[in-house]
Design a protein around this ligand. Structure first.
Ligand code: BGC
Length: 733
């Protein structure tokens, strides 16, 4: 359908709506029992709802849709929305893991499958991708994003949008994407979830906003305004973000939904005087949809009657919602075939896609003495740790609203890989949050179990050691449970929770070969392991086929090639830590005023971009198409990558730049190109990167705008953010 036709239909529908029905389109009702506010059904029947969230039941979708279409005065179909963040039934690696693939095909294919399954269940809209840049590993929601870097983050954001939405909104196997949380949420003070964010415009424009602009260019139909204050203005009442940047500068034509209750929360935040004032501020800022705080349905009609809002302002917010419903073909096909989901989720290619995505997402952190890949003739393997047989930890965050985990755990994956071996298992002492999670306190069926007694924990500790003692090789599966990362799941420490490190030390003391597999949703300060455990695989929260993928990698049926999308700090107190910092007075490494802390070096334990494979690579022949380029023009950087080992393997060629001087100071290094390659032993491939105005410009505080300057630039190309192969070029006026 062309734009003119959509517009015509929207105007026809809009023309028939009462003010109350228009406001209803701006109201998103909570479909779950825990959701506050009036019953969804009653709201829908009187035309007081445009969309529904927190509901995950095809039959119920159809029932509510029937009420909307057949009983409500306007008959406008509802949009059903849910957080499908990394898979619906077939779960894919968490987004931080997918970003570790450094392969945009991974999130794109994964979200294509997620969209198919979610849509088959009757969902139209996901609250993803989450594309907040996060440089503080303590922040729990780092698991939902692509890590610390705006260039990598932009590639991952665009890929996810393409995966969810495809090209055509009427595609019945796709869902609407929602770029969230706009904007700055990942930079909360101290990594404490929901806390205020202070970001100067240079950081906002150069670091935080690029993934959002990339999502918009990839076609993201909707955006979500964040919870927190950005520079003392709540993001959901922030005209600078929602009007100036998003609509005026970027030309966004879709619609904005607030984060849950965020409009009403402006009262708590001390921005709005009361709920009515909050509604006024939300509308004025351009928040089209009030997610479940009901401030719009309660107050907007009154605000129009009192002349504080005009009906034209309401129409402006309603139009893009109707336009999407028209474009999706919802008026023609409002219902979902209740038999479809079962057929779609049983497709074997979905599990294969999940296994492939997990293999590509894992990062090999250490492999001393070539312990990995393991040989399949092992006779006795002990698998140890609280996460070794945990489906929840394997699938990771956001597995809520009726999702039942169905993951292949690491234990199950290893048993399947070694049918003839004796694979024993010990859990070890339990690990748990000090403070229960929101889900444990609020969701039926997710209640927290009573804590293990110290005596039982000790018995479990000893049993784990005995299990290890009887084996030829030990696989330790340690890290964080699913509810230790995610929303409202920030941590002050990045150490392995509970007695895990103590257990690791005790097992290592037995003198057997030990492989450490990490399941976790954030960087962890595994300093001891990094020095003493020969093989460490960062598997993140790898999804439904996670255990199979771990086994594939450990036994060499797949090669590790992922790279960290975020630094691993030595300590939680080093956060925020990221590679793209500016050089300052007395740089690190200089004799004066160094080191930064007197109680530990601030360098990361593992740098951004780091990851090994089972072979070795060499970068050589770094060449430029020209040593000089004019402002506004492009040059090509080429480099040869050779597999110098004896096994096939994957490497990610990474290009970093540094502008040596200018109007503003620029980071020591910034990623501006990457490509993941598979190379056979002895094989060489040439990689070409383009550097043009998009890569060389930046938002300048001094100039108050985007600029590209004449200056000298360094270039490094290599396998991580500490790459040594260097050259330089000059940009001339
Ligand atoms: C989260 C959002 C999510 C929303 C709806 C909020 O608590 O911050 O990311 O989309 O809930 O579930």
């Amino acid at each position: 359908m062309n734009d003119k036709e959509v517009e015509r239909q929207v105007e026809t529908i809009l023309g028939k709506l009462s003010l109350e029905e228009k406001i209803g389109q701006l109201n998103q009702v909570g479909g779950a029992d825990f959701a506050p506010g009036p019953k969804a059904e009653d709201q829908i029947r009187k035309g007081g709802a445009g969309s529904v969230l927190w509901l995950n039941d095809t039959q119920r979708f159809n029932e509510l849709q029937k009420i909307a279409v057949e009983e409500s005065p306007s008959g406008i179909p509802l949009l059903f929305a849910l957080d499908v963040i990394h898979g619906y039934r077939t779960i894919f690696p968490v987004p931080l893991a997918m970003a570790s693939s450094w392969d945009p095909a991974v999130p794109e294919k994964s979200q294509t499958v997620a969209a198919k399954e979610a849509r088959a269940a009757g969902l139209h809209w996901t609250f993803g991708p989450m594309i907040d840049i996060a440089r503080d590993a303590r922040w729990g929601r780092i698991v939902e994003g692509a890590g610390e870097d705006p260039y990598l983050g932009s590639a991952m954001a665009a890929a996810q949008v393409r995966g969810f939405q495809g090209r055509d909104p009427s595609d019945p196997e796709r869902v609407l994407a929602c770029a969230k949380h706009f904007a700055g949420y990942g930079a909360s003070e101290g990594g404490r979830d929901y806390d205020p964010v202070y970001l100067p415009e240079t950081q906002l424009r150069n670091t935080i906003l690029p993934p959002f602009e990339a999502a918009l260019k990839a076609g993201a139909a909707t955006f979500m305004s964040a919870y927190m204050d950005l520079n003392d203005v709540p993001a959901s009442g922030n005209r600078f973000l929602l009007r100036q940047v998003l609509r005026q500068e970027w030309g966004f034509e879709g619609f904005v939904v607030s984060d849950a209750f965020a409009v009403a929360n402006m009262v708590i935040q001390g921005h709005a005087r009361n709920r009515r004032d909050a509604a006024l501020r939300g509308i004025k800022a351009g928040v089209n949809v009030d997610m479940s705080s009901y401030t719009y349905v309660e107050n907007v009609a009154g605000l129009v009657a009192d002349g504080l809002l005009t009906e034209a302002e309401i129409d402006e917010l309603v139009r893009p919602i109707l336009a999407i419903k028209v474009k999706m073909g919802l008026f023609e096909h409002p219902y979902t075939d209740e038999t479809l989901l079962a057929q779609v989720v049983s497709r074997p290619e979905h599990r294969q896609a999940s296994r492939w995505a997990a293999q590509r997402s894992m990062v090999l952190l250490r492999n001393e003495g070539g312990l990995l890949p393991l040989k399949k003739d092992l006779k006795k393997v002990a698998v140890i740790g609280p996460l070794a047989d945990s489906m929840e930890a394997t699938e990771g965050s956001w597995m809520v609203f009726g999702h039942t985990p169905a993951a292949v755990t690491v234990l199950a994956g290893l048993r399947a890989k070694l049918p003839a071996a004796q694979v024993t298992y010990a859990h070890g002492p339990e690990i748990r949050r000090d403070i229960p999670s929101w889900f444990e306190t609020s969701m039926a069926g997710m209640e927290r179990k009573p804590a293990q007694s110290p005596a039982d924990a000790e018995a479990a500790f000893q049993a784990a050691i005995e299990t290890a003692r009887a084996a030829d090789l030990v696989v330790m599966v340690l890290g964080e449970t699913a509810e230790m990362a995610g929303e409202a799941a920030s941590r002050a420490s990045l150490d392995l929770p509970g007695r895990q490190e103590e257990l690791l030390k005790a097992v290592a003391a037995l003198g057997k070969p030990v492989v450490l597999v990490l399941l976790n949703g954030r960087p962890l300060s595994i300093n001891w392991a990094a020095e003493h455990i020969p093989a460490i695989l960062e598997a993140w929260e790898p999804g439904t086929e996670g255990g199979s993928a771990v086994a594939d990698i450990l036994f060499g049926d797949a090669v590790p090639g992922g790279k960290l999308p975020v630094c691993f700090p030595h300590k939680g107190s080093h956060a925020p830590l990221y590679y793209a910092r500016n050089l300052t007075h007395s740089p690190e490494g200089s004799p004066m005023y160094n080191p930064r802390y007197w109680d530990g070096l601030p360098e990361p334990l593992y740098p951004f971009g780091y990851g090994l494979s089972y072979t070795t690579f060499e970068f050589s022949n770094l060449k430029l198409s020209s040593p000089q380029v004019k402002v506004g023009h492009s040059l090509t950087v080429s480099v040869d990558v050779t597999n110098t080992g004896s096994l096939a393997g994957d490497e990610v060629a990474q290009l970093y730049i540094h502008q040596q001087w200018g109007s503003d100071t620029r980071p020591m290094r910034e990623l501006k190109g990457f490509e993941r390659l598979t190379l056979q032993p002895g094989e060489t491939k040439t990689v070409n990167f383009k550097l043009g105005p998009d890569e060389l410009r930046y938002w300048s505080t001094n100039a108050g705008q985007w600029i590209q300057e004449a200056a000298e630039f360094d270039i490094w190309v290599g396998s991580d953010s500490q790459a040594a192969l260097h050259t330089n070029f000059e940009v001339v006026a």
